[in-house]
Structures are given as structure tokens and as C-alpha cells.
Ligand binder design. Structure first.
Ligand SMILES: Nc1ncnc2c1ncn2[C@@H]1O[C@H](COP(=O)(O)OP(=O)(O)O)[C@@H](O)[C@H]1O
Ligand SMILES: [Mg+2]
Length: 203
């Protein structure tokens, strides 16, 4: 999928400054924590996919996880096909325990639509029998919760990892300070700095 979207990135891309600026502003908003929906409309061949590809490339370069789902114009695609592709990409290569935490109680609803999720977690309870409208609602609700939790959990892990790496480097450069910080800094659900004795910092 990513391959399809990236196919032509790197070849000459002309014009579209105004459109790209609008898309980039949307990406900036998203990175600042305000979700955005951006729709590209136009005649076939006008450059919608290419513009989306350019934005995806920039987003990736800025450290964003880009997931893509394509509609299939022919017959026979399973329900929610674009979402199936998106969740599959999340599920593949994702740590088992991390994924289970991120999906939480919505895992069974997601598994109803995306069989790979049930393969990863065969112990999941069967989803409740629901009218299709309700099942659709529960699927999207669980998916939204999953992506929100996933983003928070990844940020938390990244912050904790960077802190631990920095502490190791500080301990090498300044063992006394390193020992102090190791004892005073806790990483986990929350990160905190709580020294046993008050410290007067002089920088
Ligand atoms: N701004 C652009 N600069 C260079 N090539 C472009 C540009 N926009 C589109 N193209 C090329 O034109 C072709 C059709 O564009 P595409 O994005 O597939 O159209 P759409 O998705 O709107 O049907 C592709 O080969 C694409 O790389
Ligand atoms: Mg297209």
C-alpha cells in the first residue's frame, strides 16, 4: 500500500503550491494535536493521488506514522475494505502486548471486521450479536479509541526511552549527577523527578 502511495514520489512534482500549503497546514495542525480531515476532489488524472503521496512523504519524513487504505472499484471487496488495510498495517509488526493494551476492550469489535486481530488474540471473546448499524458503530468507536490509545502509548514509550538513554549518557559524563538522577527520576505511566532531599541547582 505504502508502495503504491510512494510510487512516484521523488519524480518531478510541479505547481500545486496553494493546495500543498493547505495540506501542509492540516498536517501541522495534526502534529499539534488537532485532528484534521482533508478531502481532495477533482477529475480523474488531475493529481489527487500524487498530492496525497507528496503529503504522506512529508509526514513520514517528519516522523509521523502514515497508514493508507484504498477503495476497490470492482465487486467483491470485503466490508470496510480501506479500514481493513489500515488496521492490518497497524497489527503487522506490532508488539503483541502493546497491541493488546492499545486495543483494550474494543479488540473483539475490531476483530469482527479484521480477522488478523483474532488470529493474534485467539482468546478474545466472541463479539456480541448486533444489528449491522450497531456493529458498525461499535467498530468505529473501538477503532477511534484504539488509535487514540495507541498514539498516547507510543508517545509515552518514546519519552520514557529517551529519558533512559539520556540518563545513561549523563551517568557516563558525570557519574555523581547520573546516580542522583537515576534515583530521582521515575519513568512509567508518568515521568517524575522527585529527589529524596531538596536540591539547590546551580547552572
Ligand atoms: N503536480 C504534479 N507534478 C507532476 N506530475 C503530476 C502532478 N500531479 C499529478 N502528476 C502525475 O499525473 C498522473 C496522474 O495523477 P494522479 O495523482 O494519479 O491523478 P488522480 O489521483 O487525480 O486520478 C500521475 O502519473 C502523477 O504522478
Ligand atoms: Mg487517484
Amino acid at each position: 500500500m505504502a508502495q503504491t502511495l510512494d510510487r512516484e514520489v521523488g519524480t518531478v512534482f510541479v505547481g500545486r503550491e496553494r493546495e500543498f500549503a493547505a495540506l501542509r497546514a492540516g498536517l501541522d495542525d495534526t502534529l499539534a494535536g488537532h485532528g484534521r480531515v482533508l478531502l481532495l476532489a477533482g477529475e480523474p488524472g488531475i493529481g489527487k493521488t500524487r498530492l496525497a503521496s507528496e503529503l504522506a512523504a512529508e509526514a513520514r519524513q517528519r516522523g509521523t506514522q502514515v497508514l493508507t487504505g484504498y477503495c476497490y472499484e470492482g465487486e467483491g471487496a470485503p466490508p470496510f475494505w480501506p479500514w481493513v488495510q489500515i488496521v492490518r498495517a497497524c497489527v503487522t509488526n506490532c508488539d503483541h502486548d502493546l497491541l493488546r493494551t492499545e486495543m483494550g476492550s474494543g479488540a473483539a469489535d475490531i476483530a469482527q471486521v479484521i480477522p488478523e486481530v483474532r488470529e493474534r488474540f485467539p482468546e478474545l471473546p466472541p463479539p456480541p450479536e448486533l444489528e449491522s448499524e450497531q456493529a458498525r458503530f461499535r467498530f468505529f468507536d473501538s477503532l477511534t479509541t484504539f488509535k487514540g490509545t495507541a498514539a498516547r502509548e507510543r508517545i509515552r514509550q518514546a519519552v520514557a526511552k529517551n529519558l533512559r538513554t539520556s540518563l545513561t549518557k549523563i551517568a557516563k559524563a558525570h557519574p555523581t549527577l547520573g546516580r542522583h538522577l537515576r534515583g530521582a527520576i521515575k519513568t512509567g505511566l508518568f515521568c517524575s523527578y522527585t529527589p529524596e532531599m531538596p536540591v539547590r541547582w546551580e547552572l
